[in-house]
Design a protein around this ligand. Structure first.
Ligand code: HEC
Length: 226
């Protein structure tokens, strides 16, 4: 009986003592005396070299590509303005003065049309105007077709495919035209409280749109003539 009691006593006292010794042993072996380690040792790893920074210049998109030949320099909004002010000719060249004061000419087909049908032109990632304002005017946003000369002249609001809708070219008076009011965006805002085009244009994009290298300086044109 006494022996059984002794064994039970040793058993009851001994087990917790063994457990405590074991736990403390693990703790001090794994972590020494710091209190912050997990006891898990970081395996030695082969270090991965950091990628070398790419040194090539970022590819230029849309309007920002500098052409090889002599070109004039003007913002998109001012170029469209010069075209509208000249009476928006389709094939005849129109005159404009570039940012350096150079006298230049451009045409709708070569220089204006692309401003409405090319993506990535007004800013990186910009949709083309024709993404929303396309030839199927009954479905196009604002029933406006910016994809062709005839579509632009026919204007907006052609819900039933009317031949003539609302004039967006101000009858040749650029600053009062709806087109100007929708694409001129000082501080990213239109002056008439509507969303600026292309829809989604960030406030950081320039008020007059991208700077373009377009047209032909007049001196060169004249020199080329006999
Ligand atoms: C992602 C679609 C989208 C794109 C791209 C887009 N527009 Fe628009 N456009 C709209 C919407 C939506 C409205 C109506 C906005 C409002 O009333 O505030 C609108 C309105 C207009 C209007 C006024 C029409 C009217 O009758 O009131 C003109 C002009 C216009 N856009 C021209 C353009 C031009 C030019 C571009 C390209 C530089 C362009 N849009 C790109 C969606 C788009």
């Amino acid at each position: 009986m006494k022996e059984l009691k002794g064994l039970t006593f040793i058993f009851l006292l001994g087990i917790p003592v063994i457990v405590m010794v074991f736990v403390f042993g693990m703790y001090f072996l794994g972590c020494e005396s710091t209190n912050s380690c997990t006891g898990v040792q970081e395996p030695a790893r082969t270090s991965i070299p950091t990628l070398v920074a790419a040194t090539l210049p970022a590819p230029q998109v849309g309007a920002n590509v500098v052409p090889l030949g002599p070109k004039c320099q003007i913002s998109a909004v001012e170029l469209i303005g010069a075209w509208v002010t000249a009476g928006y000719p389709e094939t005849e060249p129109f005159d404009f003065v570039d940012v350096t004061g150079k006298e230049c000419t451009a045409t709708y087909t070569a220089d204006i049309e692309r401003l409405f049908i090319e993506a990535n032109l007004w800013y990186d990632g910009a949709p083309a105007c024709t993404t929303c304002h396309y030839a199927d005017v009954q479905k196009a946003t604002m029933n406006l077709d910016m994809s062709s000369y005839a579509g632009i002249l026919a204007g907006s609001g052609r819900a039933n495919g009317e031949a003539q809708g609302k004039d967006i070219l101000g009858g040749g008076d650029w600053e009062t035209s709806l087109l100007y009011q929708m694409i001129y965006a000082p501080n990213g805002q239109s002056t008439i409280g509507r969303q600026v085009m292309p829809l989604g244009r960030p406030a950081t994009a320039p008020a007059n749109g991208p700077m373009l290298y377009v047209g032909t300086p007049k001196e060169i044109e004249q020199a080329a003539q006999p």
